[in-house]
Design a protein around this ligand. Structure first.
Ligand SMILES: Nc1ncnc2c1ncn2[C@@H]1O[C@H](COP(=O)(O)OP(=O)(O)OP(=O)(O)O)[C@@H](O)[C@H]1O
Ligand SMILES: [Mg+2]
Length: 511
C-alpha cells in the first residue's frame, strides 16, 4: 500500500472529487428542463438551485400541489416560475390562459412580470399584467392577445372577471399564490373567493411565502389536492446574514436619529429602504430630506401608478440611495444591492417585521436592519422576539461599562455571537445636536409644518387601529432594566467621552 505512487493516487483523488463536485453542482441540469428554459436560467446568472428550488421544483414538475415556506430572499420566485415555463413550453393561441400568478401588491406583480420575462426570454410565452392603477382599456387589449400567463393582484383580476362576460379562468392549469398568507388573510377574502370559484378543479395549486402557518387547514379555501408541505428554515425566520439593531428613543427624536444614521453612520455608497406607517410620513420625510440636500425615492399605496414606477426604478438603478415606503414594499420586493432597512415606526406584527427586514441580506448578501423603538413599542419588541424565539436584552448601562469595560464588552460580543438581540439608547448628545437643526428646518418651512400636523393625525389613527401586544409582554416591559447606549456607538464614544456621557446622561435622566 505504502508503495503506491503518491502522485497518481493524488491525481485520482482529485479527479474523483471533481466528478463528485460536478454531479453535486449540476442541480439545474438534473431537472431535465427544455433547452429554452435552461438557457433562461443561465442568462439570468443562476448556477445552482437554492435549497427551496432544489426541494420544490421536482415536486412541482411532477404535478404535485406544493405549499412552500422558506426565508425571505431564498429564491422562491424562480422555484415557481421555472416549472411553470417548463410546463407551458410555448405560446398556444387557442388554449386560453394556462397559468395564473397572484401577488398582494402591484409592485410585486410588476417585479414578478420582470422575473418571468427574464427567465422566459427564450420562450415565446405571452404574459398579461393585471394590476390596479393601469388603465383597464390597455389591459383589455392585452387580454385579447391570448396570453398564456396572467400575473395579477386579486382586486384588478376580480374587476376584469366582473367586467368581461366571457372571461374565463377555467383553462388555468397552474396557479401560484405568492405571499400566500397575505392573500388568504383578511384583506383579500372577498376577491379570493370570487377568483377561486372560477378556477377548474383539475388545476395544480402552489402556495409560497416566508411566513406560513404550520396548519395546512388555514388554506382549506385554496382547494389544494394532497399537497406536499415544504418548510425550510423554520427556526431561523430571518437570515443569519442580517444584522439587527434596535434603538430606544422618543417619538420626537426619530428625525434626528434618522438623519444621523443616513448622514454619519451609513456609508454614502449604500442604499437604504425606510419603512414608515403612513403615506403622510413618506411625504414628510421626502421633503425633510430634500431640505437636507438628499433626494430620496418614495412609494406608497395610492400614489399615482406611473410616479410609483418611476420612483422605484430610479432606486433600482441606484440613481437615488434612499427609498421611503409604507408596507406596500414590505413583501417580496427584490432589490439585489440593497444594504439597509430602517424601521422608522416599529411594525406591530412580527410577520411584517420579518418581511420588511427580509428586503436585505438576500441571496447570500449581508445587510443591516435598524429599528426605532419608543416606550410604546417595547411590548411589541418582546412579542417579536417570542415569535423569532430569540433572547433580547438591554445594553449595559454606562456605569456598568465604566466598572468593567472589558468584561462588559466580552458579554456583548458573546450575546451577538449567540444570535441574541441587544437593544440600547441613541446617544443624547448626538440627538440634541441634530434635533436643533431639524427643528429649524421644520419651523422655517410652511410645507413641513403642515405635513407634520398631517403625520400626527394619521399616526393617532394608525395607533388606534393597530393590534395590541400580548398582555404578558406589557407586564414584562415594566420589569426591564434601564438600557445603556447601543453597542454600535462604542467606537464613536471612546474612553473620556464615555465617562462624560455617563454623567451627563445620568443627570439628564434624573432631571
Ligand atoms: N439559483 C439562484 N442562483 C442565484 N441567485 C438566485 C437564485 N435563485 C434566486 N436568486 C436571486 O435571489 C434573489 C431573491 O430571490 P426571490 O426574490 O425569489 O426571493 P424570495 O424567496 O421570493 O423572497 P421574499 O420572501 O422576500 O419574496 C433574487 O435576486 C434572485 O434573482
Ligand atoms: Mg418572493
Amino acid at each position: 500500500m505504502g508503495k503506491e505512487p503518491l502522485v497518481s493516487s493524488m491525481a485520482e483523488l482529485k479527479r474523483k472529487q471533481q466528478v463528485k463536485k460536478k454531479s453535486k453542482s449540476c442541480g439545474f441540469e438534473s431537472l431535465n428542463l427544455s433547452p429554452n428554459v435552461f438557457r433562461g436560467i443561465k442568462r439570468k446568472g443562476y448556477r445552482v438551485p437554492t435549497p427551496i428550488q432544489r426541494k420544490t421544483m421536482p415536486l412541482i414538475l411532477a404535478g404535485i400541489d406544493v405549499v412552500a415556506m422558506a426565508r425571505t430572499g431564498s429564491g422562491k420566485t424562480a422555484a415557481f416560475l421555472l416549472p411553470m415555463l417548463e410546463k407551458l413550453k410555448q405560446h398556444l393561441p387557442q388554449s386560453g390562459v394556462r397559468a395564473l400568478i397572484l401577488s398582494p401588491t402591484r409592485d410585486l406583480a410588476l417585479q414578478t412580470l420582470k422575473f418571468t420575462k427574464e427567465l422566459g426570454r427564450f420562450t415565446d410565452l405571452r404574459i398579461s399584467l393585471l394590476v390596479g392603477g393601469d388603465r383597464m382599456e390597455s389591459q383589455f387589449e392585452d387580454l385579447s392577445q391570448n396570453p398564456d400567463i396572467i400575473i395579477a393582484t386579486p382586486g384588478r383580476l376580480m374587476h376584469h372577471l366582473s367586467e368581461i362576460d366571457d372571461m374565463s379562468l377555467k383553462t388555468v392549469e397552474y396557479v401560484v399564490f405568492d405571499e400566500a398568507d397575505s392573500l388568504f388573510g383578511m384583506g383579500f377574502a372577498e376577491q379570493l373567493h370570487k377568483i377561486l370559484t372560477q378556477l377548474s378543479e383539475n388545476r395544480q395549486t402552489l402556495l409560497f411565502s416566508a411566513t406560513l402557518p404550520s396548519a395546512l387547514a388555514e388554506f382549506a379555501k385554496a382547494g389544494l389536492r394532497d399537497p406536499q408541505l415544504v418548510r425550510l428554515d423554520v427556526d431561523t425566520k430571518i437570515s443569519p446574514d442580517l444584522k439587527t439593531v434596535f434603538f430606544t428613543l422618543r417619538q420626537e427624536e426619530k428625525y434626528a436619529a434618522l438623519i444621523y444614521l443616513i448622514r454619519d453612520h451609513i456609508s454614502t455608497d449604500q442604499q437604504t429602504l425606510i419603512f414608515v406607517s403612513t403615506k403622510h410620513h413618506v411625504e414628510f420625510l421626502n421633503v425633510l430630506f430634500r431640505e437636507e440636500g438628499i433626494k430620496p425615492s418614495v412609494c406608497y399605496g395610492d400614489m399615482d401608478q406611473d410616479a410609483r414606477k418611476i420612483h422605484v426604478s430610479r432606486f433600482r438603478a441606484r440613481k437615488t440611495m434612499l427609498l421611503i415606503v409604507t408596507d406596500v414594499a414590505a413583501r417580496g420586493i427584490d432589490i439585489p444591492l440593497l444594504d439597509n432597512v430602517i424601521n422608522w415606526d416599529f411594525p406591530p406584527k412580527p410577520k411584517i417585521f420579518v418581511h420588511r427586514v427580509g428586503r436585505v441580506a438576500r441571496a447570500g448578501r449581508t445587510g443591516t436592519a435598524f429599528s426605532f423603538v419608543t416606550s410604546e413599542d417595547m411590548p411589541y419588541l418582546l412579542d417579536l422576539h417570542l415569535f423569532l424565539s430569540k433572547p433580547v436584552k438591554a445594553a449595559p448601562t454606562e456605569e456598568e461599562v465604566l466598572q468593567d469595560i472589558d468584561g462588559v464588552m466580552n458579554k456583548i460580543d458573546q450575546a451577538f455571537a449567540n444570535g441574541e438581540t441587544v437593544y440600547g439608547r441613541f446617544p443624547q448628545t448626538v440627538l440634541d445636536l441634530v434635533s436643533d437643526r431639524v427643528r429649524e428646518i421644520i419651523d422655517s418651512s410652511a410645507e413641513l409644518t403642515s405635513l407634520q400636523k398631517a403625520c400626527t393625525n394619521a399616526f393617532r389613527l394608525y395607533t388606534k387601529t393597530k393590534p395590541s401586544p400580548a398582555k404578558e409582554s406589557i407586564k414584562r416591559v415594566k420589569d426591564l432594566p434601564c438600557e445603556g447606549l447601543h453597542p454600535i456607538f462604542k467606537n464613536v464614544l471612546e474612553g473620556g467621552e464615555l465617562m462624560a456621557l455617563a454623567f451627563s446622561e445620568r443627570s439628564w435622566s434624573v432631571g
